[in-house]
Design a protein. Structure first.
Ligand SMILES: Nc1ncnc2c1ncn2[C@@H]1O[C@H](COP(=O)(O)OP(=O)(O)OP(=O)(O)O)[C@@H](O)[C@H]1O
Length: 307
């Protein structure tokens, strides 16, 4: 079996007294499109910077494309296509000049593919980069990240700064193209509906810790919203993997991460319920802002009655 494209093993990172990442472990198989999700400040960019060898981890290890980025950062950057949050490029150059310049650094630079990408993004080839709009600069960053045909591509919020049409173009065509080529794609994004359309796997990072990582289909199967009569709570045990619990009038509305087990328990006790499939945005919210402290709107104590 081939080595995973990316491995993070018990990664921790502290800036001063601020523990930004703790015990982050993750494995991404070659050819996977993997999304790293998290709120602002969750640690996504820090994780990516460690993977690229731009900063070192405080403890734990990372491997990307078979390399340790802490030991061989330059080789990693030659092998990996990277688009960061902030595009700083040479403002006096034109896109064509930038491509020629980058081609001299990358033995694998594919000029025809660079040309196709410039066309696809409708980038003005001979305008000064400093005069490009924010969206055009992001698109040019993508050209620079992809034209050397890296086997691993890391995109930090790539769709930020793109208009809705360009975002769809990015997701549908570009990610699908990378998938078809067998590239491994790791990207962080806030645009969950767009992530959902293309990601095979997802890790949710919350305050520096991975609270869940799984295949997208697996997440959808495992995590469900369940609605049942509030009074039925007294008859059943609390779900082991309860992510959110709210009361809506006389109904209890749960989000659980072990739906099949829990539904089995409800069936066994002949409790009537409704099950609702969740979108990735709702799953993400349940993990990072879910309330599980018992019965938020009830005057009764929080502890459910065990059976
Ligand atoms: N060089 C640094 N020195 C000190 N603190 C840092 C440094 N880089 C990041 N941090 C802190 O680490 C935390 C995580 O930042 P990071 O940029 O990794 O988050 P993020 O998930 O990428 O957020 P966003 O979605 O806003 O880009 C933040 O609290 C940030 O202030």
């Amino acid at each position: 079996m081939s080595e995973p494209a990316i491995i993070l093993d018990k990664l921790a990172k502290t800036f001063g007294s601020n523990e930004v990442l703790s015990d982050v472990s993750l494995t991404i198989a070659p050819g996977q499109t993997f999304a790293l999700l998290g709120r602002n400040g969750a640690g996504k960019t820090t994780t990516i910077r460690i993977l690229l060898g731009l900063i070192g981890a405080t403890s734990g290890t990372a491997r990307i494309g078979g390399l340790d980025p802490a030991q061989r950062p330059l080789e990693v950057r030659g092998k990996v296509g990277y688009l960061g949050e902030d595009q700083t490029m040479y403002p006096w150059m034109t896109p064509i000049e930038l491509c020629r310049f980058l081609a001299s650094f990358y033995p694998t630079w594919d000029a025809a593919w660079a040309d196709q990408l410039l066309n696809r993004f409708e980038l003005p080839r001979h305008a000064r980069i400093g005069k490009l709009s924010k969206g055009q600069t992001v698109k040019l960053g993508l050209v620079a990240a992809l034209a050397h045909r890296p086997s691993i591509v890391i995109l930090d919020d790539p769709a930020m700064g793109l208009d809705p049409v360009a975002r769809k173009e990015f997701n549908r065509h570009l990610v699908e193209h990378l998938q078809a080529e067998g590239s491994t794609v790791l990207y962080s994004s806030h645009l969950l509906d767009e992530v959902e359309a293309v990601a095979d796997g997802i890790a949710i990072l919350d305050r520096g810790q991975i609270v869940r990582s799984a295949g997208t289909d697996r997440l959808r199967d495992d995590i469900k919203r369940i609605v049942l009569p509030w009074d039925a709570l007294a008859e059943i045990s609390r779900p082991e993997q309860l992510l959110d619990l709210r009361r809506h009038e006389d109904r209890a509305v749960f989000v659980v991460a072990d739906a099949s087990t829990y539904l089995g328990q409800l069936d066994a006790r002949q409790i009537e319920y409704d099950v609702v499939d969740l979108g990735l945005d709702e799953i993400f919210e349940a993990y990072v802002i879910g309330r599980t402290e018992g019965r938020p709107d009830a005057s009764t104590p929080a502890e459910p009655v065990s059976v």
